[in-house]
Design a binder for this molecule. Sequence first.
Ligand code: ADP
Ligand code: MG
Length: 629
Amino acid sequence: MSEINVLDISVANLIAAGEVVDRPASALKELCENSIDAGAKTITAEIKNGGIAFMRVTDDGKGMTGEDAVICVRRHATSKIKTAQDLSAVMTLGFRGEALAAITAVTHTRIMTKRREDSSGTVVTVDYGRLEGAEEGGFPDGTTVICEGLFRTTPARLKFLKSDSAEGAACASVMEKLALSHPEVAFRFIADGQQRFAMSGDGKLKNAIYSVYGRDFASKLCEIDSKSGGISVSGYVGTPDNVRGNRALQIFFINNRCVRNISLTSALEAAFRSFAPIGKYPVCVLNIGLHAAYVDVNIHPAKLDVKFSDEKSIFDAVYYSVRGALERSLKNPSLSPKNPSPMTEEKLKIISAFVSPDAPKHEQTKIDMPFEAKYRPYVPTEKPTDKTESGEFAPVVLPKKVASPDVFDTPKAEEELPKINASTDAKLTGFEPKPVPEYRILGEAFDCYVIIEEGERLFLLDKHAAHERINFEKMKAAISGLKPETQLLMIEEKFTLSPQEREACEKYKKEISDMGFDFSIEDKGVILRGVPCDFELSEGRTFFFSLITSLTESDGSLYADSKNYFERALYQSACKASVKAGRKYDDAHVRWICDNFFRYDCIRRCPHGRPVAYEMTKRELDTRFGRIK
Ligand code: ADP
Ligand code: MG
């Protein structure tokens, strides 16, 4: 009995019509999708001359009867839907019944197919739309489709094709995406006699990514796996140091179908805001799973574009799952000599100058802290032999940048410096504080990079980047209700605002004042009376105004909600108000930054995506200095 039926004209008319075969890659995609729909476990695709001269797709799927093998090349012939209703919940990749009709119309095609349950198979030959014959024959189980001479009879269309290599590259890209969307299928791709990739088909996406994009790419990924409200988001996003200059490697699947969709892209990029450098694009291979009824795949002939019945939920699902995973998985980039990190010989010289493995390690003073994270603060003195209050030795004195005798009682050098108590937790909501380990500040290079020794690790920490991130997270925490204290300005300041700025200021009045800003909106402007305590006054001022300006700029993320939007403005402002490298911090402040760096995993990137710290192990240094092999 025939499985395939020819759709009723009324159903056929409901289908997004259009040319499905415009280049070899689109034909190859359709053939492979048919193989996936047929339940194939192994799919081998081979092309010659970019797929123009020759294309063969072999699968071990369910095959077709002799009767179906003839019907399948007719227009609107499909086994996947029958009625208009079926269109509302398509789970297969194909459903239009047009691909084989279109492909056989523009190539010389042979379809060899056999079902497992049949003793023999069938070969059907179609020459540029004309059925040449159908014969019985001995074939392996599954289906092989061979297409030769694409567009040979339509030179006008042939003319539009690019070079063989460009068409071949497009085919490779199609194959890569198919392989990534179906890691359970063992795909093999051969171009001009050379195997390009062979997937194991073990169902593991990470392995598929490794096979397609290589080891370096696969080693810089962060796993996503979340499910809520009937939407699942799974797969991988690149870590913030695995970003690109374009969006080519942002790969999204909806129910394992590769798609393009603006909400998905903007959700991903919104999630990376403040993690990835400006002007760089995050990479991903993400599969979004949802009930087929909530996604319309029938709006584009090649089924590339999709429409969601609830775009906002999809945006949120992607945004929050990616954001959450990123926040949980941030690590310091390594200073390893093998790692081509932005580390200059100059900086390495500084580290080596500071780290003398033979120098004795002195015990450090232990002070009981009023919070659960106890640690031994670094209490340097002028003379190494000096004993501290508790009678223990202070650590080795370093040539430069030693802290003042008691970091907890340091008088403020300048009035405008934020009032920082070294022991305080920056209280970043949404992040679990970790106990601060014992560490030593060895010194500081260029008034910017703090050199820290902790256990067997050495860190070079950009104190400004770290400070910016802490400020940013504190501001974010403020939106979630932890209002910081306000320090009042001596003289209130009045500023004129444009109508748009005034509107933004009104709209986000609560959020801004929750951050610790004291202000009132006047007829033509705003009066600022106080800024959050953690800010230097001028910093606070700059932050306030750049925040308002940022709130009037749109970034085109259509579905970002107001919280998202506010967060974006926040990060832009953190950028503008960032403290200048080279400014002197008092030692208590530096200590406070370092403490919070250890306490919170989120202090790994500044809000514009630059790294906060580089890390190197003792072992790596020992190796570099030839102490161990
Ligand atoms: P669609 O995939 O939209 O149904 P196609 O023109 O691509 O339309 O294919 C027509 C029909 O031919 C499919 O519905 C399916 O029944 C059958 N078919 C195509 N390719 C294969 C294959 N590789 N294995 C088994 N059946 C196939
Ligand atoms: Mg199809």
